[in-house]
Design a protein around this ligand. Structure first.
Ligand code: TYM
Length: 333
């Protein structure tokens, strides 16, 4: 029996951080044996906010090295660069004809980005979920491992896939599902600034590539409060965030120790932060060392990208041929 198909991607706008890792990449690694996986670098998507080429090449290379350093195996999974597969852009053009202004304008991520960057509300930003749908359905993916922040984009992809099937009266595309292990919730990794998610542009992230001294510094500076004064009180958001991070990188007994200290008001945030920093370092340091090694090997990176492009194109071309024939494109001359 053939394995279910999985697609996911990351924008190359900076280093991968703990949110990317625990929200997405760790799942990619765990899925490689049981699924047919396509993992890509969303360089076209990154143009919606980073339109100039200054950092494009470096960013793409960095994410490629980081994927490999995290343990994505190019022999098992297809790792590729979005722009190496022009079929995706062609499908994006077709899907755009069946995507409506109202539904695109209502997307939370569009509204957020438009508010934060009013001078660059471009059409690519508006149709971002359409390109994302093309990424996913061009390989007929059944599952998409992403963090909680991508939930709405994925909902749009489901809508566009279903709409295409209905319009052309053919069950061409599976309706893609968000993927989490054990039926758990989609993950949201919090930032160190006391509110919201960890993100590249929020300035609250710890990168996989970060050196230990910088990790210690960032964690020690994380926002907390004056400490609990009544036993078993509810944690304010900044403190809860530190516990959430600790839970992600540490073991249950360590978390239980600090929970107890919080509940009986003996907690010292300095201790909690030191522990958190060391646990993060234990996680990231081996990955960081591998990133440094892999980045030196240009020939290997080029080989991986080329191999991935060939495999991804073969799959994309097959779907695009079906799409074009359903829409009614025929060779006239
Ligand atoms: P991007 O580049 O913002 O993030 C890449 C992946 O990391 C996850 N992530 C998080 N998960 C949990 N907590 C966080 N704080 C956190 N921050 C980031 C994201 O959910 C994502 O899985 N639109 C996508 C890229 C994309 C894509 C696709 C993904 C383009 N086409 C097709 C899946 C399928 C994005 O901007 O992710």
């Amino acid at each position: 029996m053939s394995k279910p198909i999985v697609v996911s991607g990351i924008r190359p706008t900076g280093y991968l951080h703990l949110g990317n890792y625990f929200g997405a990449v760790r799942n990619f690694i765990r899925m490689q044996d049981d699924y047919t996986c396509y993992f890509f670098i969303a360089d076209i998507h990154s143009l919606t906010t980073h339109p100039t080429p200054t950092n494009l090449q470096a960013g793409v290379k960095q994410v490629l090295a980081e994927y490999l350093a995290c343990g994505i195996d190019p022999e098992k999974s297809t790792i590729f660069i979005q722009s190496d597969v022009p079929e995706v852009s062609e499908l994006y053009a077709f899907l755009n004809m069946n995507a409506y202004l109202g539904e695109l304008e209502r997307t939370t991520s569009f509204k957020d980005k438009a508010r934060k960057n009013p001078e660059n509300v471009n059409a690519g930003l508006l149709t971002y979920p359409v390109l994302m749908a093309a990424d996913i359905i061009i390989h007929k993916a059944k599952f998409v491992p992403v963090g909680k922040d991508q939930e709405q984009n994925l909902e749009m992809a489901r809508k566009f896939a279903g709409r295409f099937n209905r319009m052309y009266n053919h069950e061409l595309f599976p309706i893609p599902q968000p993927f989490t292990f054990d039926g758990g919730d989609m993950i949201k990794v919090p930032g160190l600034d006391g509110s919201g998610k960890m993100g590249k542009s929020e300035g609250n992230a710890i990168n996989l590539y970060e050196d230990p001294a910088s990790i210690r510094k960032k964690v020690m500076r994380a926002v907390t409060d004056a400490g609990p004064t009544t036993p078993n009180s509810e944690k304010p958001e900044p403190v809860q965030n530190l516990f959430t991070l600790l839970k992600i990188v540490s073991t249950p007994d360590v978390v239980a120790h600090y929970e107890e200290a919080y509940n009986n008001c003996s907690i010292r945030y300095g201790d909690l932060k030191k522990q958190l920093a060391e646990e993060i370092i234990a996680y990231t340091e081996p990955i960081r060392n591998r990133i440094i090694e892999i980045l030196k090997d240009e020939a290997y990176l080029a080989k991986v990208a080329q191999m991935g492009a060939e495999k991804a194109r073969a799959s994309a071309q097959a779907t695009l041929n079906e799409v074009k024939s359903l829409i009614g494109f025929k060779r006239l001359f």
